[in-house]
Design a protein around this ligand. Sequence first.
Ligand code: UT7
Length: 319
Amino acid sequence: MSFSILGTGKAVPEYVLTNDELSTMVETNDEWIRTRTGIEERRICKGETITELCVNAANEALEDAGITADQLDLIICSTMRGENLTPSQGCMIQKEIGATCPAFDVNAACSGFIYALDIADGYFVRKKAKHILIVSMDNLSNITNWKDRSTCVLFGDGGAAAVLGEGDDLLSINITANGNDVVLCIPHGENSSPFYEHESKPALLHMMGNDVYKFAVTAMPNGIRTAVEDAGLQLSDIDLVIPHQANIRIINTAAAKLDIPREKFFCNINHYGNTSSGSVPIALHEASRSGVLKKGDILALCAFGGGLTTGSCVIRWSK
Ligand code: UT7
């Protein structure tokens, strides 16, 4: 017995940053961004804190699941950078929603939601939980290098939450890591120690886009294929793929390599850009709320990101 997804919720900042506005900040243009990435706009935090977004997504997911915060046995927040180093973002969520269960964070960059699902699976299997809240939220605008056109056009803020309950809808799950701090890295930033002998690097996102791209166009189809095989299914059994929304060309390539019809890949990258660990659960939530998902559908979720990490799983949708 593992889990079923009982409810989902989403939270994105209000402010919409368009490609045209970005073109006034760095040397870029709407046509380049659209054709190279599929992104038209992204949301950026102005008035909202990451905690407020997490809490809004969590409360919506709890309501959708029909349970209250006191029924939660665990909160896992996947994020690269919560509001504080401590307390964890999970503890900040616990405090604000009025839960009493244990809470912690997991950092697997854009693969964070699937890493969190894998951890949650263990709690259900060990019968340590009946209800688990996962919140996957990132606020990359804080660590974006707004002078670097090759990265600042790609990312956005936001995320989503899922409430899991005991069930048997997780059909397979895989996570991988391939330690690499060269192609994608966000240093911590300032080091306050007067004793430390190394130079501290600014907390700014640095990415070798072409290398990540090459990794992704192999990792995404391989991840989906492995998860489907592990579930004892055929690729043709998948009703909907929820891919990490990093670049529309990566998604198109994965669809072509797997020979899965492109219409089966849910995409909302045009509205949000790459929201890191928020990307897969935002897409899952929107697929659910828009009616694209039907009860009984078989879903493949797949993500890749800093680490380099990957995560993929096959889930039956029984809501
Ligand atoms: O969540 C995981 C994290 N990241 C990813 O998944 C990113 C994966 N990588 C990518 O999506 C793509 O590699 C990028 C979108 C980052 C870049 O696309 P590309 O088609 O690989 O472009 P490129 O880096 O090869 O650059 C092509 C040209 C260059 O100019 P020259 O050297 O050909 O004159 C760049 O300087 O495009 C230029 N360029 C831009 N031009 C206008 C790079 N960024 C921009 C820009 N606007 N924003």
